[in-house]
Design a protein around this ligand. Structure first.
Ligand SMILES: [Zn+2]
Length: 417
C-alpha cells in the first residue's frame, strides 16, 4: 500500500509523524546552532563633539579587532572591522561636528566590514582603542579625531598606504583582470550578468524610507528568477546579498564569465521631487547631456564612498583587440537599450529622452555589451512606492526579459548571415 495512503487513513499516526519530524528538525536546528558564534552586534554609533575633538563611539556586544587609516581625494577616515551586525539607521551628524561631514558603514568584503567617515577638513586620529564593559556600558570602540594640517594629513595618508601595501603583500595578491576573449569564442547558452548597484558600506541613493542598495537587490533577484525560468540563459549575479563590490570587480565578473550581456540596476535621486520615470544608459566618453554626466559622476563615486584607495588600483588594461571590439560592443549595448525602451514603455513611466549616454565605470568592459538602468527616482513619492512593490518589479522585470529575448534573437540572426 502507498505509505501516504496509510498516513492519511490514520490521522493519529499522521500526528505522530508530524511530531516526530518536528522534534527532528528542532534538534537539527539546535545541532546547527551550537557551533555558530553569535554575531557581534553594533548596538549604537555615537558622535561626541567637544571644542578640541570629535569622538566616534561604537557600542558592541563583543570585543573587536580594528584598523584605522586615512585616505585622501577626498579626505576620509576608514575603520576596518570584522563582519558586524550593523544598525539599519545612520546617526545624525550634528552641525557642531565640524570635522565630520558624512558617515556610513556596512559589509565590505566577505569577512570584513567597514566604517567610513568623511573628513570636512584635515584630521588626525589622536587616539583609537577598545574599552571593556564597565558601569553598565558594553564593549566600546573609540576613535578620537582632532584638527590637523593639510601637510600632516597627506603624510599620514602616505604612511598608512605603505602599511596597507605591506599588509596586502602578506595576503593574496589581487587577481589580474580576465584576459580578453574574442566574440567568436562564445557560449552555447547566452550568459547574462546582472548587477545590483551599490551594497554594504555603499548604500547608494535614499528615498523617504527606501535605500537604493536594497531596491536594486530586490529587483535583480526578480530579474534573475525570471531569466532563469526561461531556461534559455545562464544567469549570474554580481551580488546576492548586502555586500559592497568595487566597480572594477563588477566589470571583471562579467568578463570572467565571458558574458554576452551585462545589466546594472540602479535607482536615482534628484533635488526636484516631481521628476520620475525609468532611464537607461550606455557608455560614452562624451555624455548625452549634463544630467547624464552628473549621474555618471555620482554613480562612479561608489568606490570612494566605500573607502577604496585608487593609488593601489592597477592601471586599466590596454589591448589593441579591445579597441577593435569596443565598437561592436557599443553597438550591441545601444541595440539592447532601445529594446528596453520599447518594451518598458507600456509597463512603467519613462524619463523623457529615456536612452542616454555617459562615462559610467561599471559599463567599461570592452568585450561585454553593457547597460545601466535607473529604475526610477527614490526622491519621487510615486516612484519610491513602485520601486518597493513586488508586482511592479515583476512587471518591469518581465519587460526586460522580453528585451533580452529580442536581443539574442536578433544577434543570432545577424551572426548566421
Ligand atoms: Zn546607483
Amino acid at each position: 500500500m502507498n505509505p501516504l495512503a496509510v498516513l492519511f487513513s490514520r490521522p493519529r499516526k499522521l500526528l505522530g509523524w508530524l511530531l516526530l519530524s518536528l522534534a527532528f528538525s528542532f534538534s537539527f536546528v539546535l545541532a546547527l546552532g551550537a557551533p555558530v558564534q553569535a554575531a557581534n552586534v553594533v548596538k549604537d554609533i555615537r558622535l561626541g563633539v567637544t571644542e578640541s575633538r570629535t569622538r566616534v563611539v561604537l557600542d558592541l556586544s563583543q570585543k573587536v579587532d580594528f584598523r584605522v587609516f586615512l585616505l585622501d581625494k577626498p579626505r576620509r577616515v576608514v575603520i576596518d572591522l570584522p563582519s558586524l551586525d550593523w544598525p539599519s539607521q545612520t546617526p545624525e551628524i550634528s552641525k557642531s561636528a565640524k570635522l565630520v561631514s558624512g558617515l556610513r558603514f556596512g559589509q565590505f568584503t566577505a569577512g570584513k566590514s567597514r566604517l567610513v567617515i568623511d573628513a570636512a577638513s584635515p584630521v588626525r586620529v589622536a587616539k583609537s582603542f577598545v574599552l571593556a564593559p564597565s558601569s553598565g556600558l558594553p564593549h566600546r570602540l573609540v576613535v578620537d579625531l582632532v584638527p590637523s594640517s593639510t601637510k600632516a594629513f597627506a603624510q599620514q595618508v602616505k604612511k598608512d598606504r605603505e602599511a596597507s601595501r605591506a599588509q596586502n603583500k602578506k595576503t593574496a595578491k589581487a587577481a589580474p583582470p580576465p584576459a580578453f576573449k574574442p566574440r567568436s569564442k562564445r557560449n552555447a547558452k547566452p550568459v547574462i550578468v546582472i548587477d545590483a548597484g551599490h551594497g554594504g558600506v555603499d548604500p547608494g541613493a535614499h528615498g523617504r524610507k527606501a535605500k537604493e542598495k536594497a531596491v536594486t537587490l530586490a529587483f535583480t533577484r526578480e530579474l534573475a528568477k525570471q531569466l532563469r525560468a526561461t531556461k534559455k540563459y545562464k544567469v549570474y549575479q554580481t551580488r546576492n546579498r548586502d555586500i559592497y563590490i568595487p566597480l572594477r570587480q563588477r566589470v571583471n565578473i562579467a568578463r570572467k564569465h565571458n558574458a554576452d550581456l551585462f545589466i546594472s540596476i540602479h535607482a536615482d535621486a534628484i533635488q526636484r521631487k516631481n521628476v520620475r520615470g525609468m532611464s537607461i544608459y550606455t557608455l560614452s566618453e562624451t555624455a548625452s547631456d549634463k544630467e547624464a554626466a552628473a549621474l555618471a559622476r555620482k554613480e562612479n563615486q561608489s568606490d570612494i564612498i566605500a573607502g577604496i584607495d585608487f593609488a593601489d588600483q592597477p592601471a586599466e588594461v590596454a589591448d589593441i583587440l579591445i579597441d577593435l571590439a569596443q565598437r561592436e560592443t557599443k553597438n550591441l549595448s545601444v541595440k539592447f537599450a532601445k529594446l528596453v525602451v520599447d518594451n518598458a514603455r507600456h509597463k512603467t513611466n519613462l524619463l523623457d529622452r529615456t536612452h542616454r549616454f555617459a562615462g559610467f565605470r561599471v559599463l567599461k568592459a570592452p568585450d561585454v555589451p553593457s547597460v545601466l538602468i535607473e529604475l526610477g527616482f527614490l526622491t519621487n513619492r510615486k516612484d519610491e512606492k513602485q520601486l518597493v512593490t513586488s508586482s511592479w518589479r515583476r512587471k518591469v522585470a518581465g519587460a526586460l526579459v522580453k528585451s533580452v529575448d529580442g536581443f539574442f534573437r536578433g544577434t543570432r540572426v545577424a551572426s548566421a548571415r
